[in-house]
Design a protein around this ligand. Structure first.
Ligand SMILES: Cc1ncc(COP(=O)(O)O)c(C=O)c1O
Length: 392
């Protein structure tokens, strides 16, 4: 992020703050859309970041909305979505379903027999018919760093159980079953792995279609397109992805009549986000040096706070001073918990109180995945801006 702009934003809005570069959101949207097979649809997973300016940028690129709560519905509405929304996620409540129906959501991803009953009940109560894709947890294991299907999990229908019991149990009023949804997991590391997962999702959809005798109009094969989290690393290459996915799709008999869909959160918005933070204290404890920031796991807690990423992999750019030398420090936040540590044993040029630091690549699963109420600190403001192209 441009240093002068970062200082200007801090001066205007205070520290810490999240800055989101909408030009970067646009660039990622173009990049991903042009790497998918022609005519494939793409859903934005609001869980990655419900900030409306990000979502409305994606909407302008023709990207649809995947929402899982009333809060994400509100964000989608604020971003200008009126149609093109699909309601997903396990554990949908009647309240959530009814509110989604009230605001025009007519497509759902169904996670279980109980979820199907509730969707049917809500549709009847609202006096509408909805279409739903069946989210399946395939028997086959995926290529994902955080696997959510192909392993025993709370997500989707267990494939064997679905095939054994679906016919009587899914004949429900108000729901038209029109497709299959498979989401294997996130941070899928390579084009090869994305291709294998897509092939596996399509094979699953073919088995389900055949066994349940449903007319598949749409197959959502998930995604899991990767992006570095909170550190500066080379972006993933999508070279060859379009060809690999197109071949996988054309090889599936479903491509004759159905349409193909993908979903993505992280890839679309991670690069847009920078967390600007100020060093409050630098202190010794025995042999160790602790740097205390005005931000921590309450603002950037999703993955770091819950131990999901190696904490030494975070990047901290000092925007105040370029000092020489190297010290080993733990970077802590202001919470009264030893868990509030963004990096341990990281080597950096010396830091001083007052230094403004920038943590890059936190546009996805940053504030939205954090322990924001813990210790009741203020929420950092979230500020959209447009960078000039070479800044992205
Ligand atoms: C069903 C589903 N779709 C999409 C996503 C978004 O994943 P990502 O942000 O890695 O693209 C998730 C993330 O958990 C998910 O559970």
């Amino acid at each position: 992020m441009n240093i002068a702009l970062a200082h200007k934003l801090i001066a205007q809005h205070g520290s810490p703050l999240y800055a989101y570069d909408l030009a970067s959101v646009s660039a990622r949207a173009d990049e991903l859309l042009s790497s998918l097979p022609d005519r494939a649809r793409l859903y934005y997973s609001f869980k990655a970041n419900p900030f409306p300016a990000i979502a409305s940028t994606l909407r302008e690129h023709g990207i649809l909305a995947e929402i899982t709560s009333t809060g994400e519905l509100d964000a989608a509405l604020a971003a200008g979505y009126r149609d093109g929304m699909v309601g997903g996620g396990p554990g949908k409540t009647m309240r959530t379903l009814l509110k989604m129906l009230e605001h025009g959501v007519r497509k759902f991803s169904c996670e279980s027999f109980q979820d199907a009953k509730r969707i049917s009940q809500a549709a009847q109560e609202a006096g509408v018919e909805v279409s739903a894709v069946i989210r399946v947890n395939p028997s086959q294991a995926p290529d994902a760093r955080l696997a959510m299907s192909g392993v025993e999990s709370q997500f989707g229908f267990d494939e064997a159980l679905l095939i054994a019991e679906a016919k009587p149990r899914l004949a429900l009023p108000g729901i038209r079953w029109n497709g299959v949804h498979v989401y294997f997991g996130t941070q899928v590391a390579s084009v090869d792995a994305l291709r294998r997962n897509t092939e596996c999702a399509l094979a699953t959809a073919e088995r389900v279609a055949e066994n349940l005798s449903i007319e598949v109009q749409t197959v959502n094969v998930g995604g899991g397109f990767p992006w570095p989290y909170a550190h500066e690393a080379p972006p993933p290459s999508l070279a060859g992805l379009k060809q690999a996915l197109t071949e996988a799709w054309q090889a599936s008999p479903l491509s004759a009549a159905a349409s193909l869909a993908f979903e993505s959160g992280r890839f679309l918005c991670a690069s847009s986000g920078t967390l600007l933070t100020t060093v409050l204290d630098v202190k010794q404890a025995g042999q160790k040096t602790f740097v205390v920031l005005d931000t921590g796991i309450h603002h950037l807690g999703g993955m770091a706070g819950l131990g999901r990423i190696p904490r030494s992999a975070m990047t901290f750019h000092n925007l105040t001073a370029q000092r020489t030398g190297e010290v080993t420090v733990d970077i802590a936040g202001p919470l009264c918990s030893p868990l509030d540590c963004l990096a341990r044993g990281i080597k950096l040029p010396p830091l001083e109180p007052g230094d403004v630091l920038a943590i890059p690549n936190v546009g996805a699963y940053g504030l939205t995945a954090s322990l924001t109420r813990f210790l009741s600190h203020e929420l950092p403001p979230e500020i959209p801006y447009f960078s000039i192209p070479h800044d992205q």
